[in-house]
Design a protein around this ligand. Structure first.
Ligand code: HEC
Ligand code: HEC
Ligand code: HEC
Ligand code: HEC
Ligand code: HEC
Ligand code: HEC
Ligand code: HEC
Ligand code: HEC
Length: 241
């Protein structure tokens, strides 16, 4: 038998003996009583303090919020996902839980990230109404916004922001677009009108117009008559030069 194999056999026997000894000394008493784990672990976990009350506990006093939430898009979120552990509050009403009103909180789940599942509602954090708190428009317990009251800028943010710093800042969107109420509910099916004729711009800009004198004038019949005005002037940010 080669020398190496003898040495290897000795090492193997020593290692096996060491392992057997260590196992008998160090395995906890209750190991294996209930399964492949330390049975006493159940008791030591049970004495840990409880932090989360579970949302059934909230039902006793906040059934209104509970009902709102369970019928809305946030039904799958537990109250304490947002409000934090609330056992203290359930035991003592005066110890109030956290209220996460800042934009960053909602961003944890809704800020756009390519890795999120397809179809999960996400917004571009820096672009989606950056000057307001999310909860100004979204009730956190029933987050779908009431679109019947939505401002045009809630959906057409880019256009509204552009117009707000333009010469047309004072013009209401409805001055040039006729918008049926249903457009806010089903925007792709019910569409507003779009201007189709130069005459609309002429109402304020033609020499013959009786509008405010400060508005710059052109002659509709002489100023580039072959084209519609918005082929050259972007209507939401018109520039003359
Ligand atoms: C025993 C009744 C009771 C239970 C149970 C209870 N609350 Fe409350 N909660 C109150 C009272 C009372 C207030 C104070 C209401 C007020 O100030 O208008 C309050 C206020 C709150 C507030 C507002 C805090 C603030 O700063 O205004 C939040 C958030 C809240 N509770 C969350 C919870 C959650 C989450 C649960 C379940 C884990 C829960 N509550 C369970 C009684 C209860
Ligand atoms: C998506 C996060 C989120 C979830 C889930 C959530 N809340 Fe809230 N909650 C908020 C925010 C944000 C506010 C602050 C609203 C405000 O100031 O307008 C709030 C406010 C409250 C208030 C204060 C008064 C009120 O009605 O606005 C109570 C009470 C409350 N939540 C209880 C609950 C309970 C109970 C649940 C579970 C049934 C729950 N919340 C689930 C985020 C959440
Ligand atoms: C812990 C993660 C989480 C947090 C925090 C959270 N949400 Fe949500 N939100 C969800 C889930 C999950 C849905 C349901 C998605 C679905 O239906 O596919 C949802 C749905 C929504 C929807 C409905 C979108 C749609 O078109 O269906 C809006 C709006 C929304 N949340 C806004 C908010 C706002 C505002 C906040 C902050 C107050 C917030 N969310 C905080 C997880 C979260
Ligand atoms: C000025 C009002 C306003 C503010 C502020 C606002 N939203 Fe919205 N949000 C809306 C409106 C209106 C819609 C619906 C637009 C649509 O369905 O195309 C919407 C849609 C959403 C959606 C659904 C997107 C989808 O693809 O289905 C989510 C998620 C959302 N908002 C989250 C947020 C979060 C998070 C914040 C804060 C960081 C926020 N919103 C701030 C008005 C607002
Ligand atoms: C709930 C979100 C929402 C609101 C609120 C909203 N829109 Fe829209 N709007 C849309 C969507 C979505 C489209 C379709 C965009 C597309 O197909 O590219 C659209 C299209 C349009 C169009 C183009 C129509 C076409 O045929 O090309 C105009 C003009 C318009 N909206 C004006 C407005 C005006 C003015 C308001 C305010 C009075 C408004 N919208 C409010 C979501 C909205
Ligand atoms: C001075 C008149 C005028 C005003 C005010 C105006 N629009 Fe327009 N809008 C137009 C014209 C003109 C077009 C282009 C029509 C075309 O290309 O056929 C247009 C096109 C659009 C379109 C189609 C997409 C695009 O960019 O071409 C949308 C959406 C729209 N407008 C939304 C709005 C919203 C929202 C407001 C208010 C914030 C607004 N408009 C204010 C004149 C106006
Ligand atoms: C309700 C009246 C009104 C209508 C309709 C209107 N405008 Fe204007 N327009 C104005 C006002 C007000 C100004 C700004 C005058 C000032 O700066 O004092 C202006 C300014 C302009 C300017 C000059 C910008 C500059 O750089 O000085 C252009 C170009 C213009 N509009 C193009 C259009 C076009 C194109 C349309 C049609 C799509 C249109 N306007 C429809 C009121 C109107
Ligand atoms: C072929 C491109 C073109 C078309 C189409 C066009 N414009 Fe202009 N517009 C210009 C240019 C370039 C200027 C600046 C040079 C000038 O004053 O001629 C201008 C200037 C203006 C001015 C500013 C005049 C001043 O005195 O400051 C107004 C207002 C104006 N246009 C409105 C309109 C209206 C309304 C229509 C449609 C009836 C229209 N434009 C169609 C190219 C166009």
């Amino acid at each position: 038998m080669p020398q190496q194999v003898k040495i290897l056999a000795v090492v193997f026997v020593v290692a096996l003996t060491a392992l057997t000894v260590v196992r008998y000394i160090s395995v906890p008493d209750t190991f294996g009583d209930l399964g492949h784990y330390r049975a006493a672990a159940v008791d030591s976990i049970a004495v840990l303090p409880i932090y989360y009350a579970g949302e059934r506990a909230c039902l006793d006093c906040h059934d209104d919020v509970y009902d709102d939430k369970t019928q809305a898009k946030h039904a799958s979120l537990a109250c304490e996902t947002c409000h934090g552990p609330a056992v203290m509050h359930v035991e003592d009403e005066d110890s109030l839980p956290h209220i996460p009103s800042e934009r960053e909180h909602c961003a944890l789940c809704h800020a756009f990230q390519p890795a999120r599942p397809n179809g999960f509602p996400q917004v571009e954090f820096a672009m989606h109404n950056p000057l307001d708190e999310c909860i100004d428009c979204h009730d956190p317990h029933a987050p779908l916004p009431d679109l019947s009251e939505a401002d045009c800028g809630a959906c057409h943010g880019e256009i509204a922001r552009t117009k707000a710093v333009s010469h047309h800042a004072e013009l209401a969107c409805e001055r040039c677009h006729t918008v049926p109420d249903a457009h806010r509910e089903t925007p792709r099916q019910v569409r507003p009108s779009k201007p189709s004729r130069r005459k609309l711009c002429g109402e304020c800009h033609d020499r013959s117009s009786s509008a405010d004198d400060a508005i710059p004038r052109i002659s509709q019949t002489e100023h580039e008559p072959e084209y519609v005005c918005w082929q050259c002037h972007y209507p939401h940010f018109p520039e003359a030069r």
